[in-house]
Write a protein that binds this ligand. Structure first.
Ligand code: BEZ
Ligand code: FE
Length: 321
């Protein structure tokens, strides 16, 4: 819709608009079979070839869908109301449309199409709604658990380029849920960002930090997406994971998670984001000395993971907004 409005604002009333009228076919009496071709024809003069491709395909698939299910008028009204309510839920803190895209598998489809990187590079997944821009900087080896209670978890690894060379000074953003499945942004009583931080890889590409074990959790379930999940007997849970976003010069930004291998929701993730290559054994360790030399007198968990970044690839030009 934004595309159409922008085009009208750009072209409305000007010479390009006259050209569009001149080329229109003044057809009438459209029926359920010929209306699709007539609407597609109305886009023939779209100057941007990518926008023309998108509008043509959108109209074709949308009309096919309506014909396929023989949409009733009551369902059409419901759909308009549903989308209106979805938009009304969106604020600078909540994006119900992205959640809808996530739960329909569209986000992961877009992710897959746009990250066909070389074999051996770390696979991507959705970013999700709980990332906070410019997270607090943390020192190499810091503990980011703050006031959160749970099983201590030590994570370390190296950021590598696809040629196997370590990547120094990469930005390593990390965020995850607490032991009860909540992100800090869902807990207003917390005074400081918790279980999230920005690290930088050292000269050898290494990073390390302490945190606590995350837990599985439901995606936000009290809005229109929750209504859809309930009406279709789908559960809202995501398997336990730690999010990473890794940004390094000359490389594609990597947005991914590492999943806990014992989780009960690995095969039914509400947003279809689990990949086998991202499932890890967060090993159980006895009290003793951790790899960073810290003495720990309770049982703890350990995760070692190297991330392999794809070299930067040339981007397709974006469609006119
Ligand atoms: C998350 O992992 O934080 C997430 C991803 C997609 C939808 C909801 C949550
Ligand atoms: Fe998450």
């Amino acid at each position: 819709m934004a595309l159409i409005i922008t085009e009208l604002l750009l072209y409305g009333g000007g010479p390009a608009f006259d050209m569009m009228l001149a080329s229109d076919n003044y057809m009438r009496d459209f029926d359920e079979n010929n209306i699709t071709a007539a609407v597609i024809d109305r886009y023939q003069n779209t100057p941007d070839p990518r926008l023309k491709q998108i509008m043509t395909s959108l109209v074709r698939h949308l009309h096919d869908f309506v014909r396929d299910v023989e949409l009733t008028e009551a369902e059409w009204v419901y759909a308009i109301d549903y989308l209106t309510r979805t938009g009304q839920l969106c604020t600078d803190k909540r994006q119900e449309f992205i959640l809808l895209s996530d739960t329909l598998g569209v986000s992961m489809l877009v992710d897959a199409i746009n990250h066909r990187f070389a074999k051996g590079t770390t696979e991507t997944t959705v970013r999700g709604p709980f990332y906070v821009e410019n997270p607090p900087e943390a020192a190499f080896g810091a503990d980011i658990s703050g006031e959160a209670k749970g099983d201590p978890l030590y994570i370390d690894g190296t950021i590598l380029s696809e040629d196997g060379k370590p990547v120094a000074n990469a930005i390593v953003d990390v965020w995850h849920s607490d032991a009860e499945g909540f992100y800090d942004v869902q807990l207003p009583e917390l005074e400081e960002p918790t279980l999230r931080a920005r690290f930088h890889s050292d000269a050898q590409g290494r990073f390390r930090f302490w945190t606590i074990m995350p837990r599985y959790y439901p995606i936000p379930y009290d809005g229109t997406v929750g209504d859809m999940l309930k009406a279709t007997a789908r559960h809202p849970y995501r398997p336990a994971h730690v999010h990473f976003m890794i940004i390094a010069d000359g490389h594609e930004t990597l947005v991914t998670h590492l999943f806990v291998d014992s989780d009960q929701y690995l095969d039914s993730d509400a947003v279809f984001a689990v990949k086998n290559s991202l499932i890890r054994d967060f090993t159980r360790e006895a009290p003793g000395i951790a790899p960073d030399g810290k003495k720990i007198d309770t049982p703890w968990r350990k995760l070692h993971n190297d991330f392999v970044l794809s070299k930067a690839v040339a981007k397709k030009s974006a469609p006119a907004a």
